[in-house]
Design a binder for this molecule. Sequence first.
Ligand code: DAH
Length: 342
Amino acid sequence: MAKISFKTLKNKAQKDINLAKDLKELDEIFRKYLGEKGELRQILHSLEDLPQIKRKETGKLANQIKKEIEETLKKKKSNIQNLISNIQKQEWVDITIPGKKPVLGHLHPLTQVKREIEEIFQSMGFSVVEGPDVENEWYNFDALNIPKDHPARDMWDTLWLKDKGAKLLLRAHTSPVQIHYMEKNQPPLRIIVPGSVFRHEATDARHEFQLYQIEGLMVDKEISVAHLKAILTEFFKRFFGKNTAFRLDPDFFPFTEPSFNVSVTCVICGGKGCNLCKKTGWLEMAGAGMVHPNVLKNSGLNPKEWRGWAFGFGLERLAMMKYKIDDIRLFRSGDLRFLNQF
Ligand code: DAH
């Protein structure tokens, strides 16, 4: 009877040990079977009345069962400990290793150049002004002395917006902001106007369908081309970091009279002539001139009282000449090999 009980006890204990999931459960199993009040002890107590020889035999058997259970417990314990130490090894982190730094971006080269230009002009007393990207015909053309059907309109390949009769367009230049500003502000005035302009244009190394311009306008009593030249000289010197030769060549714009284009020596070829500058050694940076009396009139100013000059720089062109970039399309290519250089 005792034999069967011992065997059953052993089987039960081993089954429990197999199912145990952690050290705490193993401890409970030890106490349940082998502890002071454990089941093995209870069986032994119940055998106290047996004759001595029988008791001896039974005692031996009990010891053997105890050893076997202890052995199984030990094995299971070391299994669980191995498992725990494996998990700890896998999950171990070295908290002293420095963290991964997030990659910091930087401003786009055109934004950097734009801010630099703004600072230079602000230090010469110019305010930075903005205007809308979407204009109507009056501001983009008529008010700038470019009437309907005038051939000068062909100079701007305009993108018209489909709208209910309002004839809206994406501004082809920043010059409309001259009108907006003069309508609301009395001279003397000095402003620059950075902003996007849009052209219906096939792209090449010098041309984009979307680009930035920096418009400039100065209106006062006794203003002449000499003021324009002085401001341009100072601007180029500060922007390029050295005295920079530039040219004013006669040109035509309906909103200025006389009109010029402003060119600097092409830095790509050092003035020797290359594809970018069409072998001339000079690259056009801006259109400029004395504000046409009709433009002043259309803005509500008396041309007999006020005079002014204006310019319109291509921001990309300035950046190209500052950083020796030979293709305007790189700016909006999103190519990090290009952008990370700035
Ligand atoms: N708006 C002209 C263009 O986009 C550039 C220009 C020429 C602006 C002469 C001016 C100017 O202010 O006086 O081609």
